[in-house]
Ligand binder design. Structure first.
Ligand code: FE2
Length: 316
């Protein structure tokens, strides 16, 4: 039998170009020039949307950012990231492992431990670093706003002659790091309390369309002036009708598989995303999602505006 295959349509090609498969990428151990030559600072980055603070912008296979970037960071056991500050807002969403994040102010450091599905939004211009004190590597998704890609200012870093152990503690003297306590007296405590989401403490909101969400960043979550970030739970068999935003949104699958679709006129195309695959839906594109599988799917979603939700989802 002669099977005729037609070339993919323009729409299918466009969707395929906006999907980043986890297995199509390679972790980059040299993403951050400031770490080169310092094995204590080892970390690897996988760039999905934009360079996410790395100077390696515009590489093939990485999507062009509009309002936000999305990357994965792998932090091996025992390694740390030196305390630094920058003008962009930066979120860490933990996917696996336990990450210790420290915020520093004039030699005083507040530290918090974050587990899977917890998030911190690092405030602009506050010194922050992170460290893996756990027994397994940390994998996290980092998003920064794409607007001002200025290089970080390192506050404590071995390359500047700072002691490695002092740098590992983000600048705190031995035994002087303060554990995070939202009621704590240190000014950093109350700022940090507004910027942390514990997955299990954030309400689960059920949408009339049959899926749920936890709001991480945006009205109901951490306040931001750039983007909204949500974790969606979509039960087996649930999907929504096509919807349109006036900004881009991105889905990264954390667990399960998600079918995503685009529409143009009468034409509809779909692709299935597996864990750690991402789709970037441009502004104005009618798009939808559906769970075709037998199990639930968990999705990390970033939306390129800080404004309240405008979409009224309808079950398909
Ligand atoms: Fe940072």
């Amino acid at each position: 039998m002669n099977i005729m295959t037609s070339p993919p349509s323009q729409l299918r090609g466009d969707l395929q170009r906006n999907v980043v498969r986890h297995v199509s990428k390679t972790f980059d151990w040299a993403a951050f020039p400031g770490n080169v030559g310092f094995p204590d600072l080892d970390r690897a980055q996988m760039r999905y949307v934009g360079a996410g603070g790395s100077p390696k912008v515009g590489e093939p296979g990485t999507l062009k950012p509009e309002h936000f970037t999305v990357s994965l960071i792998h932090k091996p056991v025992g390694k740390f990231a030196a305390c630094h500050s920058h003008e962009v807002e930066e979120s860490f969403l933990i996917i696996s492992g336990v990450l210790t994040v420290g915020w520093e102010q004039q030699g005083e450091v507040v530290e918090i431990k974050l587990g899977p599905k917890d998030m911190i939004l690092n405030a602009r211009d506050i010194g922050h670093g992170f460290r893996n004190d756990g027994i397994e590597p940390v994998l996290m998704s980092i998003s920064v706003d794409a607007g001002k890609p200025l290089p970080p200012v390192y506050l404590y870093h071995p390359k500047n002659g700072d002691d490695v152990e002092l740098s590992r503690r983000f600048g705190a003297e031995p035994g002087k790091a303060i554990p995070f306590d939202p009621q704590g007296a240190h000014p950093l405590q109350s700022i940090m309390a507004k910027m942390v989401i514990r997955h299990t403490e954030q309400p689960t909101l059920w949408d009339a369309a049959g899926f749920n969400r936890k709001i991480y960043v945006g009205p109901g979550g951490v306040q931001s002036s750039t983007c909204r970030k949500e974790m969606l739970g979509v039960p087996a068999g649930v999907g929504v009708k096509p919807y349109v935003r006036d900004v881009e949104d991105a889905f990264m699958v954390l667990e399960g598989t998600l079918t995503v679709g685009w529409q143009e006129g009468d034409e509809r195309v779909e692709m299935e995303l597996g864990p750690r695959d991402l789709v970037l839906n441009p502004a104005g594109r009618p798009h939808w999602f559906r769970n075709n599988s037998a199990g639930p799917v968990t999705v990390w979603s970033v939306i390129g505006t800080d404004q309240p939700e405008t979409v009224v989802f309808e079950r398909a």
